[in-house]
Design a binder for this molecule. Structure first.
Ligand code: HEC
Length: 107
């Protein structure tokens, strides 16, 4: 291997090694405006996990604007968020959330 090639190779390896550092240095954080009070969830058992799980992608406006639903409807909504949109919610949390929604936003 010629010296110039070896040097170029070393440079490439060095750059690759520095990449994660450069990426880390560019981490930015953004602060979103608070949700409108319209979307505040009613207080009750299960509200914390619901808020945490369901506000990961959108405001809870989507929840409070729904017509009252029975258990089957709310379970369907939670299942849809997990299966269709990829919400990261454990089966246990999904049950607690569906129960909370049925109790507070049910028929
Ligand atoms: C992984 C992202 C994600 C998470 C987490 C999430 N949703 Fe959604 N949700 C979506 C998307 C995407 C839509 C569709 C938005 C649109 O059509 O404008 C949606 C729409 C909705 C709607 C409107 C009706 C519908 O079916 O489109 C409701 C109600 C809803 N979500 C409730 C919930 C509840 C309750 C939770 C918590 C269990 C939740 N979402 C968590 C992504 C998510």
């Amino acid at each position: 291997m010629k010296a110039a090639t070896a040097r170029r190779l070393l440079l490439a390896v060095g750059l690759l090694a520095a990449l994660p550092l450069a990426a880390g240095a560019q981490t930015r954080s953004i602060v979103l405006p608070p949700d409108h009070p319209y979307g505040d969830l009613k207080v009750g058992p299960g509200v914390d996990v619901t808020e945490r799980a369901c506000r990961a992608c959108h405001s809870t406006d989507y929840v409070v604007m729904q017509p009252p639903g029975d258990a089957r409807q709310w379970e369907g909504v939670v299942t849809k968020m997990v299966k269709v949109y990829g919400a990261n919610i454990s089966a246990e949390d999904a049950q607690a959330i569906a129960r909370y929604l049925t109790t507070h936003y049910g028929k």
